[in-house]
Write a protein that binds this ligand. Structure first.
Ligand SMILES: C[S@@+](CC[C@H](N)C(=O)[O-])C[C@H]1O[C@@H](n2cnc3c(N)ncnc32)[C@H](O)[C@@H]1O
Length: 317
């Protein structure tokens, strides 16, 4: 065991606003299996002081809010060289700025909370789906972790933007990769075809399919995933496919296909504006399709009209 202090990243304030300490506590508790009640502030720096097994240090370093890990020794803080060996440069996730982008730290937190709740031998075996993936922030994070990822997005401009972004960073960072485009079902299928783009690098991959997530089962050709992670439309900025401000109706139409796309014991992590829909309404939608809500929440106020929260579901066998 080691006595360590975790320095909370200044980026966490941009991601979680005034609630950054509570959100960080929730993410940390999911990893170490216990609540850390106290935090310490020194000048502008916030720390959590914990005791931890050496084996868990790399996992601590990939918590979304962690900026540095220090060993506590006779009242001194000694920086520890704990590094996460991500498979892609951070620019692939953080580089592009666009309207409607999900905060990069929040996205990492959603993935971490999902991983904390599934069992897997190697991260390369984990298949991740973002069924409302926008311009692929979740999928690119998944690739940095080494996963195989897929996404569905209704916005017809998204594939072009993703292509441009990925190609730019591959060029800037001389990243070896394959990039391809095609139609679901290939040329022989008689079903309605959907466009996709696919990006592969360092044995990780992402495929983004253009289409309506209410048709997820067809678009995904029946594939099952270990993890689903999505930042749902907020109703204020991001409209759903039927142009309603309340995403509940579209989620009701998606729920059966989303549940079908998750393997038994798989986990789905969603962030949403808890004003619309309410947490209990959202849980109600998915509970009807064999998804059980787990005991996790991380509410944080983003504005007068948005308190973002996180809900985690497990697919019952
Ligand atoms: C909050 S945004 C996700 C942003 C994304 N995480 C990113 O950083 O690019 C929600 C996305 O859901 C998409 N969406 C809404 N309804 C959909 C549907 N029925 N099928 C597919 N995508 C949908 C919207 O177009 C929007 O891009």
């Amino acid at each position: 065991m080691k006595s360590v202090s975790l320095l909370i990243s200044p980026r966490a304030k941009n991601a979680y606003f005034n609630d950054y300490i509570d959100v960080a506590k929730a993410e940390l508790a999911g990893l170490i299996g216990q609540q850390v009640d106290q935090h310490r502030t020194v000048a502008a720096m916030d720390f959590f002081d914990i005791e931890i097994d050496d084996a868990q240090l790399p996992l601590l370093a990939s918590l979304s809010f962690v900026y540095g890990i220090f060993e506590r020794h006779e009242n001194k803080l000694i920086p520890m060289p704990v590094d996460v060996s991500y498979g892609l440069h951070e620019d692939f996730v953080f580089g592009a700025k666009f309207k409607g982008k999900t905060n990069e730290l929040l996205t990492q937190m959603l993935i971490n909370v999902g991983l904390q709740n599934i069992s897997y031998k190697s991260i390369a075996d984990v298949k991740l789906l973002d069924p409302m993936c926008g311009r692929a922030t979740t999928l690119l994070w998944g690739m940095r972790y080494g996963m195989k990822t897929k996404g569905i997005e209704q916005d017809v401009k998204a594939l072009g933007d993703i292509r441009q972004n990925v190609k730019k960073w591959c060029k800037v960072h001389r990243q070896k990769h394959q990039f391809s485009e095609g139609l679901i079902g290939g040329k022989t299928s008689k079903k309605k075809k959907a466009k996709f783009v696919e990006f592969t690098a360092n044995n990780a991959s992402m495929r983004v399919i253009e289409g309506d997530s209410t048709d997820a089962r067809n678009l995904l050709e029946g594939q099952k995933f270990d993890l689903m992670v999505s930042d749902l439309p907020y109703g204020v900025q991001h409209f759903t496919s039927n142009k309603t401000r309340n995403p509940l109706a579209v989620l009701e139409a998606c729920a059966s296909d989303w549940s079908e796309s998750l393997r038994p014991d798989g986990v789905m992590v969603l962030s949403f504006n808890s004003y619309i829909p309410k947490r209990r309404e959202l849980i109600g939608v998915f509970e009807d399709f064999g998804l059980q809500a787990l005991d996790f929440s991380a509410p944080h106020r983003m504005s007068e009209s948005i308190v973002r929260d996180v809900v985690v579901f497990r697919k019952i066998k």
